[in-house]
Design a protein around this ligand. Sequence first.
Ligand code: ADP
Ligand code: MG
Length: 319
Amino acid sequence: METPRYTAKEFASLLGISKAALLKMESEGALPEPRMDDGTRVYEPHAIPAYLKALGRPPLVAAGRRQIFLNFKGGTGKTSISAFYAFRLAQLGMNVLMIDLDPQGHLTQCLGIDHGAFEATLYNVLIERTEIADVVIDTKMPNLKLIPASLDLSPVELSLTSMNARELRLRKSLASIQDDYDIVVMDASPSIGLLNLNGILASNELFVPVLADFLSYHGLKILFETLTTIEEDFDFLLDNIYIFLNHFNASHNICLRAREALEKHYSGYLMKTIIRQDTKIAEAASMGMPINQYAPTNRGAADINSFIREIYPNLPIAF
Ligand SMILES: Nc1ncnc2c1ncn2[C@@H]1O[C@H](COP(=O)(O)OP(=O)(O)O)[C@@H](O)[C@H]1O
Ligand SMILES: [Mg+2]
């Protein structure tokens, strides 16, 4: 992963203005002058909020979106799609915090971070009361941060069991830093436990990747039953639930039938965007690279763009 550099034309399109307007406003001093490198102007995504402010524009998204990717079934794409989605949002200028809620640390690896590169996980926050800001680490992009996970996180379930307010610890901790970010994206493990319950209660939006098979479909039923119980027990309501099909192959009959079943029973939650099967997605994830950098012209990257367009219809995504 690396910080992308935009041309003036690309950068202007991300700000929703023309290149001519960008250059004119820079020369008049109405916008910051970009850094120069070898005689070329260097535009980077983390500069976007300052430019929007100078232009008198509102931030890219309304603040306070805390999102969790969850499905009790493994292998549906929670980790890879959440990582690619968060990276792409950062590429487009948002300030993003990712939280790895899975002791297997797949998200951490998917972002190219080695488990020797950090000392603390959410375990220290939820159990030992370390300040959450102290466990946030940098990635190679200044506007994409991470709370990493490793096997050190695995005793958290057992340790939480005997604690007070054990379900709401993450929500309370997160409150102290969430205003520093436009979006918080959490990647859950495929289990029903206290850590995931903390993740759900700290979120206001849920993303559920499903595979087009009937096992995933059954998992969805269990997920919704669990959510109903949580809503009742904790007087809690999610603002949005997005179900999306991943690993989709339109030439497989089962995919088409599963899609029909989802449209019939979950139409209110089903996203129009479908993430197609793409071997580049698996390759990118295994190399710790985001798909929009590894294979930006492939269908996987195009599907992540459509996904983001559907969630943030007003966000400029010009390329
Ligand atoms: N659309 C896709 N096309 C091809 N491979 C995919 C796709 N989505 C996910 N994968 C791959 O499937 C495997 C499981 O995905 P992962 O994100 O780890 O799922 P989860 O976190 O839900 O267990 C990984 O190897 C991943 O790279
Ligand atoms: Mg995972």
